[in-house]
Design a protein around this ligand. Structure first.
Ligand code: PLP
Length: 413
């Protein structure tokens, strides 16, 4: 059998320069072995062998590039890293075992005792715990500010502020921060801006191009898109990513090759999935607005949303997550949720299957009543992560919720 060298059958990475995100999602980062497989191979191996002791020494000293041990290098994981880096427009990516591992490693690698962080109050709740409960133990102090309170961010800056951390759009009320302005603020104080780009993905928003220093992802969400694996990744310039890579090598929050392969496959369909999520979410938001039992709909694609113009400028589309308040309180919200039959009652998001959540008693359940009120997490709020099912079937299922609100005695028909 004749084997071709991989370079002769793959598009060289340099030829991908300037290609659209849709193409990078399918082509960037691919490795091909001598078997000439069309779909990416998985390398489920913990270590790698050398031709000689001298080669092993050269690998370990860094004189010769190449794989050593899968805690820190594995070809499947590297392929996923290269693909997401290309899509985000970053120089390099480091994959991790989860989104939280990516955020924790970024902080541990780049912050030290005596540093100060300004963090959006409207981030994923566990990020709050990370800063409040754990980084504080290592002498890193954090000030929390409402995502959209630009004056508040400015006032929170101190001479020792080294990092600004935010997630935009926010979960679940879809508030949007101006990434360019936040990057300018960070840089004026010699600090880094880190943006969690989980909700938009690089298909809708590229924070690095808007001045952010680092992007983090929970790959668990849209990057996978089918709710199969937990993973995370950080993307940005070589110099910062090298620090994060060295931390990963020392501490081991490693992504498995199998998960990396699933995420590679997920990225291939990310652009078309995101378009379908956005189309369905916009149509549902407009439809929900017309329902008599709905008090408010939160979706940046609605012109009356306070951040409609900013989202239109900063994002390619408005995303797949929306939330709405039904008239009433917890009882009505739960009755609505329980009357649905097709959408999944679960807290995950970014799946092709639509998910429905009651934030006040699940994702945001640990917030104090005061914090919930400040964050707008009322008892009558329902979040939808809109999937890619047929829009009429989604409306029909949600309509069961509205029927149950109209006829409380027939909640579960
Ligand atoms: C916006 C956002 N960032 C980060 C995370 C954490 O990711 P993971 O669950 O993969 O650790 C989540 C998880 O739900 C999230 O929603």
């Amino acid at each position: 059998m004749t084997f071709c060298r991989e370079e002769s059958v793959l598009i060289p990475e340099s030829d991908l320069d300037g290609m659209s995100g849709d193409t990078l999602a399918v082509r960037a980062g691919q490795v091909r072995t001598g078997q000439l497989e069309h779909s990416d191979a998985i390398f489920p191996t913990s270590s790698f062998v050398y031709a000689s002791a001298a080669q092993a020494a050269a690998r370990f000293s860094g004189e010769e590039p190449g794989n050593i041990y899968s805690r820190f290098t594995n070809p499947t994981v590297t392929a996923f890293e290269n693909r997401i880096a290309a899509m985000e427009g970053g120089e390099r990516a480091v994959a991790m075992a989860s989104g939280m591992a990516a955020i924790t490693s970024t902080c541990m690698a780049l912050l030290k005792a005596g540093d100060h962080v300004v963090c959006s109050r409207d981030v994923f709740g566990t990020v709050n715990s990370l800063f409040q409960k754990y980084l504080s133990k290592f002498g890193v102090e954090t000030t929390f500010v409402k995502l959209t309170d630009e004056a508040g961010w400015e006032a929170a800056m101190r001479p020792n502020t080294r990092m600004l951390f935010l997630e935009t759009p926010s979960n679940p009320l879809c508030e949007v921060a101006d990434i360019r302005k936040m990057a300018d603020l960070a840089h004026a104080h010699d600090a880094l801006l880190v943006v969690d780009n989980c909700f938009c993905t690089p298909v809708l928003q590229q924070p690095l191009a808007l001045g952010a220093d680092l992007v983090t992802h929970s790959a668990t969400k849209y990057l996978d898109g089918q709710g199969r694996c937990v993973g995370g990744v950080v993307v940005g310039p070589h110099a910062l990513l090298e620090e994060i890579f060295v931390f990963l090598r020392a501490t081991g929050p490693t992504m498995s090759p199998f998960n990396a392969w699933v995420f590679m496959k997920g990225l291939e369909t990310l652009p078309i999935r995101m378009r379908a999520h956005c189309d369905n979410a916009l149509e549902l938001a407009q439809w929900l607005q017309q329902q008599g039992a709905v008090e408010t709909v939160f979706y940046t694609g609605l012109p009356q949303h306070p951040h409609y113009e900013l989202a239109k400028r900063q994002q390619k589309a408005f995303g797949g997550v929306l939330s709405f308040r039904v008239k009433g309180g917890r009882e009505e919200a739960w009755r609505f949720i329980d009357a649905t039959r097709m959408v999944s009652i679960t807290a995950n998001l970014g799946d092709v299957k639509t998910t429905i959540t009651h934030p006040a008693t699940t994702t945001h359940g640990r917030l104090s009543p005061d914090d919930k009120e400040q964050a707008g997490i009322s008892e009558n709020l329902i979040r939808l992560s809109v999937g890619i099912e047929a829009i009429d079937d989604l409306k029909a299922d949600l309509d069961r919720g509205f029927q149950a609100l109209q006829n409380p005695g027939h909640g579960n028909i």
